[in-house]
Design a protein around this ligand. Structure first.
Ligand code: ZN
Length: 247
């Protein structure tokens, strides 16, 4: 657990913030049993990242989908939001947290009840047609025969950012607006190594925001970007923060 003086300082900044935002990564979801992409137990240690390249997907949609379904739909179906997701949702309901930017594609912030979520890398919640770009919910029935197809005959793809794809423009614009207003940012469970996502806290800091980092171990942001590093599991540190806020 982080020292009380750091926690007290963080809580004071959160209470005084005019526009508190949050930026979350894989460390928030590991406690919901969602495997991270990176690190020694990450998906990249088991699967070739090439499999998540958009050109591979276009060339091998059925093969690609067999893996995507197993990794992102069968696994995620049973995953539930944890206390870190729930604290962030409650902070929003209390009017304290104004926006949440996540790198996670697992939909858990939505399931926890967060409303203003900017999904930087998209979400598995929806499928998008690679031909006509129409979106629809990722209903299990659609995934019974792979690859799932759109009415237009095009292949449906999870609405997540593959390698070789751009960050969705609406996400970039919303992030820009969020950073512009943010005076305090909670950075939770991210190593800050995935670009361009890592620019979110870096840019917020550059524009004068205070950065409160919550991570089990120091990250690439800890030294130069974070004002405070609260070391510990996201669930435990977020619960401590919430407990120290006025009721
Ligand atoms: Zn279509």
């Amino acid at each position: 657990m982080p020292p009380d003086k750091d926690l007290l300082q963080a809580v004071e900044w959160i209470r005084e913030a005019k526009y508190l935002s949050a930026f979350t990564g894989a460390g928030v979801s590991v406690e919901s049993n969602i495997p991270p992409f990176r690190g020694e137990n990450g998906l990249w240690a088991t699967y070739d990242p090439e499999l998540f390249d958009i050109s591979y997907f276009r060339a091998n949609p059925a093969k690609s989908w067999t893996l995507l379904k197993k990794l992102f739909y069968d696994t995620f179906r049973d995953a539930e939001p944890n206390e870190a997701h729930r604290v962030l949702a409650r902070l929003e309901r209390r009017g304290m947290l104004k926006a949440l930017v996540t790198q996670n594609i697992d939909n858990l912030h939505h399931l926890a009840g967060s409303g203003n979520v900017i999904e930087y890398h998209g979400s598995v919640r929806e499928l998008v047609c690679i031909s006509c770009k129409k979106r629809r919910g990722a209903e299990p029935a659609l995934l019974e025969s792979l690859p799932p197809k759109c009415e237009c005959g095009g292949v449906l793809k999870p609405d997540i950012v593959f390698f070789g794809e751009e960050i969705p423009i609406h996400a970039l614009l919303n992030v820009e607006k969020t950073i512009e207003k943010t005076d305090v940012m909670l950075v939770v469970g991210t190593t800050g190594e995935v670009y361009p996502a890592a620019f979110v806290p870096i840019e917020a800091k550059r524009r004068g925001a205070r950065i409160i980092e919550v991570n089990v171990t120091p990250s690439s942001l800890s030294q130069d970007v974070s004002d405070i590093l609260l070391r510990g599991k996201a669930t435990e540190v977020m619960a401590r923060i919430e407990a120290m806020l006025p009721a």
